[in-house]
Design a protein around this ligand. Structure first.
Ligand code: FES
Ligand code: FES
Length: 174
């Protein structure tokens, strides 16, 4: 049986243009990790369950293991490698660091991409909105409390060690 022919696609990733030969069934995650050597997006379940592979596609968080590389052609892809601005961490990255919101770290890049996308569309989310935005990102170390706190710290809603605040039902403490 002959292999499906590869096609050259132009991918714009973290503000840089790349040309890459991909096969029709190749996922965006595979193209990023094995074609472009951007290994920050993790290959967890590879079937849409864990969120470790989350990247932004035209601003929206998507599961790159369920997205074909061909679908990303001509669109803006942002991975965890593109979150910092030079030496300056994104506030989400800084907050995860300050709050110790990681254990093994495997879920962390997907969590931070989802959190960044949330804060871009909703700068001051409720705890319920944060939980909903991160609901597709699973942490096998179950460090959720610190992760929720980190997102609130990034949003300026509390300080490290003080969160998460709110009842998760869309109301914040006053
Ligand atoms: S690797 Fe994509 S959802 Fe798990
Ligand atoms: S810190 Fe280990 S999977 Fe989340």
């Amino acid at each position: 049986m002959s292999r499906p022919q590869k096609r050259v696609v132009r991918l714009r990733v973290n503000g840089e243009d790349h040309e890459l030969a991909v096969s029709p069934h190749e996922t965006l995650l595979e193209a990023l990790r094995y074609g472009l050597r951007l290994t920050g997006s993790k290959q967890g379940c590879d079937k849409g369950d864990c969120g470790a592979c989350t990247v932004r596609l035209d601003g929206a968080p998507v599961l790159s293991c369920l997205t074909l590389a061909l679908e990303a052609e001509g669109r803006e892809v942002v991975t965890i490698e593109g979150l910092a601005r030079g030496a300056a961490l994104d506030p989400v990255q800084a907050a995860f660091d300050e709050c110790g919101a990681l254990q093994c770290g495997f879920c962390q890049s997907g969590m931070m991409i989802s959190a960044r996308a949330l804060l871009d569309r909703t700068p001051s989310p409720t705890l319920g909105e944060i939980k909903e935005a991160l609901s597709g990102n699973l942490c096998r170390c179950t460090g959720y409390t610190k992760i929720l706190e980190a997102v609130q710290v990034a949003a300026g809603q509390c300080r490290p060690g003080e969160g998460p605040v709110g009842d998760g039902l869309g109301r914040r403490r006053t």
